[in-house]
Design a protein around this ligand. Sequence first.
Ligand code: SF4
Length: 241
Amino acid sequence: MICRNAMKSIMQSGYTTIDSLETQSPEEILRWTLDRFHPHVAIATSFQDAVLLHMASRIRPDVRIFSLDTGRLPEETYAFAEAVRLRLNLSIEWVFPKHEAVETLERAKGLYSFRESLEARKACCAIRKVEPLNRALTGLKAWVTGLRREDGETRAELKVVEVDEAHGGILKINPLAHWTSVAVEAYVRQHGLPVHRLTERGYPSIGCAPCTRAVEPGQPLRSGRWWWENPEHKECGLHGR
Ligand code: SF4
């Protein structure tokens, strides 16, 4: 993994370019990123929509893409992932949790321990998401996410380019930071991309099956995630919050 100081020096030497990315289109941001860092950059996708994957694969058909299979994803997410893989001719690097850790958790606490407390929920996310993400990022100089400011209060200050201090100071690129769900839907329609079936059933944000539910129109986009918790806790630890 590139060291924190080296990455900060890249940020400082290219300050004008990096700063200007805030106002660039997602395609321009992706091209800048892939030109500089491929193959030491990968797109992280949770397969909620195919916008970033479509844009990136048109720039670099061999773009690296990884996704975390927590073992608790909805069947609709697997179906959508497969539809996207076939449509865009992608190679997906699936990353699983360590089976020993899942076995220890479920033997000790059962299958729904995440409902018992915030600490128990974070312990499950740590095993099924955070540790696998750390492995997926090993050796990378940058990673790309589909995070958007519109997602909720925990992401309101999101920047297009961030130094990811939680992962050794590599760059974290968020090309869709300023996009809205309306813009995402328009792009999907324009390019005839597959649509996640749960999106059509009122799920604007989709994670693990037992921790996600549909929301009413007008409710915060991530209010269906861990709905039993307070809004300021609606992160799983993947994004350092
Ligand atoms: S979202 Fe729920 S099931 Fe998935 S890792 Fe977190 S607590 Fe566990």
